[in-house]
Design a protein around this ligand. Structure first.
Ligand code: AMP
Length: 433
């Protein structure tokens, strides 16, 4: 019996516990990519005036009840000790919308917020498709103008470009419910005479969810869907005009996008503009970010009707794309000095000096563990510092400290008490401070 099957059947493997399928430990190897991606997204938030808020990972299951099958299939639910039904959030949008309604955050319109945090979905795990992952979500509540979509799409596009990612922006409009119903009827009429060409699961979907047939990856279904009607031709005048304006704004700021008639969002609260960012030059063509307008959501969860638009970015997917595309990451600026020591007494003195140097604004890296001097100096070289400060038994006795220039290896003796002004002087001279 394989490990996954044993776990599914509630039988834990003998031996130490291991990472669950579909979960990921974030290890040092991705730290730099993660930090770079997060910093780029945080910059968008700061530049565009999004305020950071956090909501809990757990929500009352009733928050998700108004939404359709795709939402119910996504959420993991359990009963707490009091018998209340509780669900893990499958995205950040719903919790943010609940918080917006519950705390009357709409006093100032529009309310722009962003959040970073883990979400959990009932997924069949595969490469790039995890059960728990981290989203960075941007939401704009209280403004239905098409410029809202264009600005957020453009800001994220520029952020991904700056990060060095290769990607495509796909956009479409889902219209509102009536448009979508009309479109689904047109699709059903189109696919019915072509049932024979479809895969068994699409044959089932034709009468209920013909949009799924449109998106099916099976070659036969793709051929059958080749000349399928497009939603753009079934939008009402208002929705068509709104979408045309979004596209005009995107053109104005030179966003290159693909009008993708097969792009639809699974969750059933979206209307009008939808968008996804797909990586190019990667093995997995899974979206880096996606979102859309959701003007009816607030009313569906008991709030005032409020137009809203949001995009959620998947951190693990962005990091994966950065690695698959071998994107060079900006190197963090090296510390100013490295503090090395040898012997117990020197270690105590070094600890005190470390914080004195840092309080004086000198960025200091250190090795306070027992380690050969050679290894400590290798660490300093790797970090790219200009100077190492060395304290040993002799220096303590003499009240001195060694300053080693890491470029030429020349060591000078300095008075311990004067080391901070001395280093400030040297670093200023070198332009590093
Ligand atoms: P969605 O609302 O489903 O489009 O999710 C927004 C973003 O979250 C996607 O564009 C992905 O980057 C990320 N994401 C969604 N599902 C997963 C998953 N199962 N594993 C990893 N990242 C995901």
């Amino acid at each position: 019996m394989n490990k996954e099957k044993r776990q599914r059947e509630g039988k834990q493997p003998a031996g130490p516990a291991e990472l669950l399928p579909g979960m990921k430990d974030r290890l040092p190897g991705v730290a730099a990519s993660w930090e770079a991606a997060l910093a780029a997204l945080e910059r968008v938030a700061t530049d565009d005036g999004f305020v950071r808020i956090e909501t809990p990972v757990l929500e009352s299951t009733s928050l998700f009840a108004p939404f359709g099958e795709s939402m119910q299939e996504m959420i993991e639910t359990f009963s707490d000790a009091e018998g209340q039904q509780i669900s893990f959030r499958p995205d950040l949008t719903l919790g943010l919308a609940r918080a917006y309604r519950e705390h009357n955050l709409g006093a100032q319109q529009p309310f722009k917020c962003f959040a970073v945090g883990p979400v959990l979905r009932r997924e069949r795990p595969s490469a790039g498709r995890l059960r728990t992952f981290t989203q960075v979500s941007f939401e704009v509540f209280g403004d239905g103008h098409p410029i809202v979509e264009a600005q957020l799409i453009a800001s994220l596009m520029f952020a991904f470009q700056e990060l060095g990612l290769a990607f495509e922006v796909h956009v479409n409009s889902m219209g509102h419910e009536e448009c979508r119903k009309k479109y689904e009827r047109a699709l059903m009429d189109f696919f019915r005479p072509r049932r024979g060409e479809l895969c068994p699961s699409c044959i089932e979907d034709v009468g209920e969810s013909p949009i799924r047939v449109l998106q099916c990856a099976v070659p036969g279904c793709q051929t059958a869907a080749h000349d399928a009607p497009q939603i753009i031709d079934h939008l009402c005048d208002d929705d068509r005009q709104h979408f045309a304006q979004v596209l005009e704004y995107l053109d104005d700021v030179d966003v290159t996008y693909l009008l993708d008639p097969r792009l639809f969002r699974e969750k059933d609260f979206y209307n009008r503009t939808i968008v996804e960012f797909f990586p190019t030059h990667t093995g997995t063509h899974l979206a880096l970010a996606g979102g859309g307008r959701y003007d009816t959501l607030l009313a569906r969860i008991g709030g005032q009707p409020t137009p809203a638009f949001g995009i959620a970015c998947g951190m693990e997917r962005i990091v994966l794309a950065l690695q698959e595309q071998s994107v060079p990451l900006p190197k963090p600026a090296p510390p100013d000095v490295f503090l090395a020591q040898i012997g117990d007494e020197a270690r105590t003195v070094a600890l005190k000096l470390l914080f004195q140097l840092r309080s004086a604004g000198i960025k200091t890296a250190e090795s306070l563990v027992s380690m050969a001097m050679k290894t400590q100096l290798e660490m300093a070289t790797k970090l790219g510092v200009q100077y190492s400060l060395i304290i040993g038994k002799k220096e303590i006795l003499d009240g001195t400290i060694l300053i080693r220039d890491m470029e030429n290896g020349i060591q000078e003796i300095a008075v311990f008490e004067k080391i901070i002004p001395e280093m400030k002087k040297r670093l200023k001279k070198n332009g590093t401070q």
